[in-house]
Design a protein around this ligand. Sequence first.
Ligand SMILES: C=Cc1c(C(=O)O)[nH]c(=O)[nH]c1=O
Length: 312
Amino acid sequence: ISTATKLANRSFSNCMMNAAGVWCMDEAELTAIDDSAAGTFVTKSGTLVSRPGNPEPRYYETALGSINSMGLPNHGIDYYLDVVAAFQKKNPGKTYFLSCTGFSIEQDQTLLRKIKDSEFNGIVELNLSCPNVPGKPQIGYDFETVDQILAAVFAEYDGPLGVKLPPYFDLVHFDQMAVILNKYPLAYINSINSIGNGLYIDDEKEEVVIKPKNGFGGIGGEYVKPTALANVHAFYQRLKPEIQIIGTGGITSGRDVFEHILCGASMVQVGTELAKEGPQVFERLTKELQDIMAAKGYTTLADFRGKLRHQD
Ligand SMILES: C=Cc1c(C(=O)O)[nH]c(=O)[nH]c1=O
């Protein structure tokens, strides 16, 4: 029974990896994911210059998930390019993901020019949905801007590239986004990023639990699984087959991985559960998925990918 997969014509020994932002801030955290049962890793979204991020507390774990308003803390794209280049030398033939995000189309183009001119030979994940930078609009909900960014990006970059999208909640939005995404040679789309601007309250203190934005932050964990599965399946139904899907959101068990793949995902990313459990979570999730596959008589992910039955 194999949980291996392919994406952008690259092979991965396992379909699971971390979600950008979780356990991927520096070389030590990336080493832990690289040494785990995960098939690969993605870096924290790198910006042109390093950022300290928002004041703490900016991440809070709840029984059912998490809330965060990190504010894009990261060591800058040059740091991640150097670190990933070292991993590429250590494990030639392994494909890594590099996440990046700019605050303007010009910055996006500069980022991709830097990446193109570097030794990076993996897959780029352009984060179009950073919900927690106060004063900055959520790009993924500005469809015109998404179209302009993708046109600029693909004028600049010809390597494998995907986009990290926020969750959508309206079928017409899925239609409108799919029309835009289908215009471009995207390797994949990654759905979903956290559900933006949720609020979690400490009843004892009658107070919010994170400092930035009066306690408003991106929601992850069990809360978001139905929305994540819907976004994976909606885009699976609408995108041209050349654009694959990475499913992110609400994965705490092998069953959740199974469901994301049933909805059409080729890979899955784990965020909140990884933050809670650490990199050994990938061993547990892989075993649980293999047990489900065995019980159902599946030997590869292709046996059930995208085969969610609709009631006729
Ligand atoms: C890149 C910023 C993001 C952040 C953040 O750094 O605040 N948190 C998220 O849940 N998703 C993001 O995309």
